[in-house]
Design a protein around this ligand. Structure first.
Ligand code: FAD
Length: 465
């Protein structure tokens, strides 16, 4: 006899989508149960956003410690203790995942460890090695995330790595091949290049970081070149030969079959939603052809008491999108009117320099027939950027021509990941270029770059002619 335990809202998956949804639903008076088969915090905290940024910043420190001659600094014998780097990174992850556990408990969310499987549209079986327990719910929120795609000819192994493997290496590779020049591959490629690895990126299309404008990626590519990273575009990875101490990756480019040797090959060609093995067909939940869960603007699936959020639904697979949708789903279950609106969702790439964009690009606006003013300001004309010795890049502000409404922004430059927040807020709040231009920005800061671009947009450029 497995007597079902009753709960109001059952959340499956404790990543940035699920744990946020659980906290918010509990705050709105629901009895909430969250089921997690792995670690609290999901991909993002354990093997995604957080450890990758920790590795990136350690690598950046190492690189700048050796290369600050321009500023009169000369350092000799700078060394890396990579096991210490990994230990430190693990500590950062542990602090955050422990924090999530504390937050869930503090909000009286019941945490259940095990794998959830839907029996029907109101019952889930949770299994661990020893036992199984049924939970009967009024509403469920699916937040099971995604996993790396494996491509033909590249079975994951000791030397054929997915992003998780690349984050947890025990040594700094001498040579690394990265298949896929998306943001994960480029970020990790940059980190290892900074640690001294000879990195080769093989990209199938004609451009790395395809989601961003070419003007932006050009800034990153220049920097990667300076680090000695080889970027081979229009290159189709064919297969890999593994030996005890390395790999030989073969690929096709310009009609030729070529090879490149390395210690490891990292395959980052995309991720697939975790919607199989979940019993969704027994609950009657519909999927798209790509295996994503179909939802409406309230994150509701075709089954009215089941919601879905994060990497398993349409849209950019980003942690902040998952959390945002988590809040929406919880509000809807709590009886509040709420709807998703993706206009203000930023996309950030933690390369050198960073890339960030929000809202419309100039081209997207034009394609929709919106007349725009695009005002661009270079980092090289900003005092703080000069003082930081980080002058590559620009900020572009996209405003509607008729009334100056801010509808988008793109930034390539140091600090872009933080700077984009102001522009997202401007979009959310319905601000105009004049509002930004007349907001007093502290001097000297990178934040002034937004103000300068806004000044250009309204025809009063101060620091450019
Ligand atoms: P996930 O974080 O994938 O969490 C899903 C959880 O559900 C997992 O813990 C899983 O164990 C659990 N689960 C699955 N099935 C079941 C089941 N049947 N029963 C119980 N539990 C289950 N995004 C950014 O915004 N910024 C970044 O800088 C960034 N960097 C990244 C770097 C890397 C290397 C990677 C791989 C990803 C990165 N991402 C980044 C993407 C980000 O990690 C994801 O978008 C985000 O984690 C999605 O959140 P989620 O809640 O939908 O799912």
């Amino acid at each position: 006899g497995d007597f079902p335990i009753e709960t109001d809202t059952l959340v499956v998956g404790a990543g940035p989508g699920g744990y946020v949804a659980a906290i918010r639903a509990a705050q709105l008076g629901q009895k909430v149960t969250i089921v997690e088969k792995g670690n609290l915090g999901g991909v993002c905290l354990n093997v995604g956003c957080i450890p990758s940024k920790a590795l990136i910043s350690a690598a950046h420190r190492y690189e700048t410690a050796q290369h600050s001659e321009d500023m009169g600094i000369k350092a000799e014998n700078v060394t890396v203790d990579f096991s210490k780097v990994q230990e430190w990174k693990a500590g950062v992850v542990k602090k955050l995942t422990g924090g999530v556990e504390g937050l869930l408990k503090g909000n009286k969310v019941e945490i259940v460890r095990g794998e959830a499987f839907f029996v029907d549209s109101t019952n889930v079986k949770v299994m661990d090695e020893k036992s199984s327990q049924t939970y009967k719910f009024k509403n469920a929120i699916l937040a099971t995330g995604s996993r790396p795609i494996e491509i033909k000819g590249f079975k994951y192994s000791e030397r054929v790595l997915d992003s998780t493997g690349a984050l947890s290496l025990k040594e700094i590779p001498e040579k690394l091949v990265v298949i896929g020049g998306g943001y994960i591959g480029t970020e990790l490629g940059t980190a290892y290049a900074n640690f001294g690895t000879k990195v080769t990126i093989l990209e199938g299309t004609d451009e790395i970081l395809g989601g961003f404008e070419k003007q932006m990626t050009a800034v990153v590519k220049k920097n990667l070149k300076k680090k000695g990273v080889d970027i081979i575009t229009n290159a189709m990875a064919k297969g890999v030969e593994e030996s005890a101490d390395g790999v030989v990756v073969s690929y096709e480019a310009k009609g030729e079959t070529l090879t490149v040797e390395a210690d490891y090959v990292l395959v980052t060609v995309g991720r697939r939603p975790n919607t199989d093995d979940l019993g969704l067909e027994q609950a009657g939940v519909e999927l798209t052809e790509r295996g994503l869960v179909k939802i409406d603007k309230q994150c509701r699936t075709n089954v009215s008491n089941i919601f879905a959020i994060g990497d398993i639904v349409e849209g950019p697979p980003l942690a902040h999108k998952a959390s945002y949708e988590g809040k929406i789903a919880a509000e809807v279950i709590g009886g509040h009117p709420a709807e998703i609106d993706y206009l203000g969702i930023p996309a950030v790439c933690f390369t050198e320099p960073e890339l960030a964009s929000v809202g419309y690009s100039e081209k997207e606006a034009k394609d929709e027939g919106i007349e725009v003013v695009a005002a661009k300001f270079p980092f090289a004309a900003n005092g703080r950027a000069l003082a930081l010795n980080q002058t590559d890049g620009f900020l572009k502000l996209v405003t509607r021509k008729e009334d100056g409404l801010v509808i988008g922004a793109q930034i390539a430059g140091t600090g872009a990941s933080d700077m984009i927040a102001e522009l997202g807020l401007a979009i959310e709040a319905g601000m105009t270029a004049e509002d930004i231009a007349m907001t007093i920005h502290a001097h000297p800061t990178l934040g002034e770059i937004s103000m300068e671009a806004a000044e250009i947009a309204i025809g009063m450029p101060i620091h450019v002619v």
